[in-house]
Write a protein that binds this ligand. Structure first.
Ligand SMILES: Nc1nc2c(c(=O)[nH]1)N[C@H]1C(S)=C(S)[C@@H](COP(=O)(O)O)O[C@H]1N2
Ligand SMILES: [Mo]
Length: 542
């Protein structure tokens, strides 16, 4: 039994790894669904929200502990988990196969192999059909998947035949045993080698194809580039002449779009074809609309807004926050055209990736800045950030603001959004926060006899402005920092403070107050459910 179990696990790995390689190549070559991601995305959708949040939190804690950049590493971690999870399913089925057949001292015929292939493959095919973003005709996907999963099952049966001690006992009692043991070893060596070759080739070819695709997309983006994305201090910025300059080491005031943080449910961003895209605006409206991208760009007045976007799951000192220029049209104008009926109270927004949110029409009526956005940094909205359309709600965390919008429906009834349903804050107003980005020990300022260490960072309050930032060292008095005028009333504020140098190890802390003087919440609270609060502090040795 133990021996069969270990053979089952080993065979499971040796068969499922190349299966993943094959599916990956087919995914990159022909756009067939990559089942491990589909399985992962499906689980994220159906498992309880608390469990998912716990999972994400643990992942982020681990990355912080390992000193990794959360914004950069999160998707890689998820994709790795997705592949390992799929591998685990294959291994489990193989192990069960070996043990169950072993109990019956049975030979594994083709039928048994096909049954195992079906147990593994059919649920996967079902999940994939339900949520895959693959653009390949479902029938083609199904045929391909049936072939590879049944192939997997047949090879499993064959391996059992060659390896299982029970099958061997049943087949050849007596003296042939030693010969069998040698055969078994040879078989395993050959199987291991083929498995490794197919897996490595699969992963390698797949990775090369993926890179080519990425380069193609990047090249496309570059040719449509109106601005230089590296340029983070443009002379055209409204605060270009502000005398308060950021301390070296402070994050760029204007985030290059390629560095903008990304958060989305699925393992991969959603790709929507812009050419045949229409946005339906339906429900309780006198004049339902079907808007193409051209309609939106040419029939409504464009507006630009510098915006800082922030994720509610960020910790104190978060890296899930970025600033760029958003361009779009006022939701008020669009809804006026649709002519909302008297009983219409909420706007239900749906997205291409299964995400959804609800916006109160009173909120839209009260804030004409609320925008249906189609461009970032003067260019078409990038795929990762919601092409073709996303909404912007000032003063709210990202979780309230769908990307990849596919529909808008006016309704009389409230329904909670995707993350609200999973116990995150219903309003998700941005919590005011301030962060120390740098204690610039390499940029000491000499003023006569005095030497000062510049300290700098950001403060952000959604759309409520920042009136004051203060720094304190080693628990001393709070000292006012200088504030740079922000890019707009809806972006973060860059601050700087020059501290008289004293050698040794010190603790630096920062706090801020909103435009009307309301202090930021100093009490430490984790991100869930309403956004993290507390004082950011760093230690530095001078
Ligand atoms: N369709 C869709 N919209 C979405 C999300 C998503 O997963 N799917 N994530 C939301 C969250 S939690 C955040 S923080 C922001 C992130 O936007 P960004 O990736 O462009 O920075 O998008 C929001 N809109
Ligand atoms: Mo988020």
């Amino acid at each position: 039994m133990i021996k069969n179990l270990s053979f089952g696990v080993l065979v499971g790995v040796l068969l499922t790894a190349p299966l993943i390689g094959l599916i990956y190549v087919a995914h990159q070559l022909a756009g067939l669904p990559f089942i491990p991601f589909d399985l992962f995305n499906w689980l994220v959708r159906v498992l309880p929200g608390d469990l998912i949040t716990f999972g994400i939190d643990t992942m982020i804690d681990t990355m912080l502990f390992l000193g990794l950049n959360v914004a950069d590493t999160a998707k890689t971690a998820e994709r790795t988990m997705a592949v390992l999870q799929f591998l685990a399913v294959g291994v489990a089925i193989s192990a069960i196969f070996f043990v169950v057949l072993g109990w019956g001292r049975r030979q594994a015929d083709r039928l048994a192999g096909l049954v195992a292939g079906a147990l593994f493959g059919l649920p996967m095919i079902g999940i994939s059909l339900a949520i895959s973003q693959s653009t390949v005709t479902p029938l083609v996907s199904i045929i391909f998947l049936l072939i590879v999963f049944f192939g997997w099952g047949l090879l499993l049966a064959l391996s059992y035949q060659r390896l299982s001690t029970e099958a061997e006992a049943a087949a050849s009692p007596g003296e042939a045993r030693t010969a069998q043991a040698i055969n078994r070893r040879q078989f395993l060596v050959r199987m291991g080698a083929s498995s490794a070759v197919i897996t490595v080739i699969g992963a390698g070819v797949g990775a090369v194809l993926a890179q080519q695709e990425e380069r193609r997309l990047a090249a496309q983006l570059a040719t449509s580039e109106a601005h230089d994305v590296e340029e983070t201090t443009k002379s055209s910025f409204p605060n270009a002449n502000d005398p308060v300059v950021p301390v070296p080491g402070t994050r760029p005031e204007y985030t290059p779009v390629k560095d903008h943080y990304k958060v989305f449910l699925q393992t991969e961003p959603t790709v929507i074809n812009g050419a045949d895209y229409v946005l339906p605006i339906t429900g309780l409206v006198a004049n339902p609309l079907m808007l193409t991208l051209d309609d939106i760009r040419s029939n409504y007045e464009a507006r630009d807004q510098y915006v800082t976007l922030s994720c509610i799951s960020g910790r104190i000192g978060t890296s899930l926050i970025s600033t760029t220029q958003w361009t779009g049209v006022s939701m008020q104008a669009i809804l006026a055209d649709a002519s909302v009926q008297e009983n219409g109270r909420y706007l239900h927004i749906t997205s291409g990736d299964g995400f959804y949110e609800t916006v109160d029409l009173d909120l839209i009526a009260a804030d004409e800045r609320i925008m249906l956005c189609y461009a970032w940094d003067g260019n078409t909205l990038p795929v990762d950030h919601g092409f073709p359309l996303r909404i912007w709600l000032p003063d709210r965390y990202g979780m309230k603001q769908p990307k990849w919008i596919t529909g808008m429906e006016v309704s009389a009834d409230y329904t909670p959004g995707y993350w609200v349903e999973r116990n995150w804050d219903e309003v998700a107003q941005v919590k005011t926060t301030s962060v120390i980005d740098t204690v610039a020990v390499d940029h000491i300022i000499e003023m006569g006899d005095e030497r000062r260490v510049p300290i700098g960072g950001i403060a952000f309050s959604g759309a409520r402005g920042i009136s004051q930032v203060e720094v304190r060292v080693d628990g001393g008095e709070w000292q006012p920092a200088e504030l740079r005028s922000p890019l707009s009333e809806t972006t973060w504020v860059i601050w700087r403070y020059e501290w008289p140098f004293t050698a040794g190890e010190h603790q630096f802390e920062v706090r801020c107050a909103e435009g009307d003087g309301t202090p930021q919440i100093e009490e430490a609270h984790k991100n869930r459910p309403s956004g993290a609060t507390g004082i950011h502090s760093v230690e530095a040795t001078l």
